[in-house]
Design a protein around this ligand. Structure first.
Ligand SMILES: Cc1cc2nc3c(=O)[nH]c(=O)nc-3n(C[C@H](O)[C@H](O)[C@H](O)COP(=O)(O)O)c2cc1C
Length: 190
């Protein structure tokens, strides 16, 4: 399949079986993930691969971030949501947490490193597609607060870019009509 066809046919798929994904497939995906353009050679990509019990830890962190953000963390309605949120990290057998590290290079531009680590997320989606795996890029407000970064143990200054839920597809999503770029593009020749 051509690269352009793969890009146009790719679908996010959150309908994922609870079946183990071999480590070599995950490594193949991550090796594709780091093939992004990157300014000043900063190697900003950081990943945490969460499988098995490690996902429960993420679920607890998601719930903790939610509770800490509530005006009344002790409210019964808040407490009732905790077990629901905790289970969200069990929606796939593999979750790849993606992030951009803060570069020590004084010339590095944070936005560019985040951009490069964000492109890695698209590489993950495309690589998963080629390997017949389902993948969906998820975030949530906790992604951008410093608390989740800290709970996961990423170094200070690291910016989370996504939570890639990965596994074997339980169902295939339907093909969709992709947009064309016309409405979003202006052309200038002077
Ligand atoms: C930065 C980012 C964050 C996303 N977060 C979520 C999310 O939290 N939950 C979700 O269901 N999908 C999330 N998505 C996936 C989109 O819902 C999905 O890409 C969109 O529905 C289009 O579907 P497609 O990828 O098959 O074209 C996210 C996508 C991006 C780029």
């Amino acid at each position: 399949m051509s690269v352009i066809d793969a890009i146009r046919k790719r679908r996010s798929n959150g309908m994922i079986e609870e079946r183990e994904v071999p480590r070599d497939l995950i490594e193949k995906i991550l090796d594709a993930a780091v093939c992004t353009p990157v300014h000043y050679n900063t190697s900003p990509w950081r990943f945490q691969v969460l499988t098995g019990e490690a996902r429960n830890r993420l679920g607890k962190y998601m719930a903790q971030c939610f509770v800490e953000n509530q005006p009344d963390p002790e409210a019964p309605a808040v407490k009732a949501k905790v077990p629901v949120i905790e289970k969200k990290a069990l929606r796939a057998p593999v979750i790849i947490v993606t992030a951009a590290a803060k570069s020590a290079n004084p010339r590095a531009i944070e936005e560019e490193d985040v951009a490069s680590a964000t492109v890695a997320c698209q590489n993950i989606l495309l690589a998963a597609e080629e390997l017949g795996l389902a993948c969906i890029w998820r975030t949530g407000s906790f992604t951008y607060g410093d608390r989740m970064r800290e709970l996961l143990g990423f170094e200070e200054g690291t910016r989370l870019t996504g939570f890639m839920y990965l596994g074997y597809p339980a169902k295939q999503p339907p093909a969709i009509e992709r947009p064309t770029s016309g409405p979003y593009t202006e052309w200038f020749d002077q």
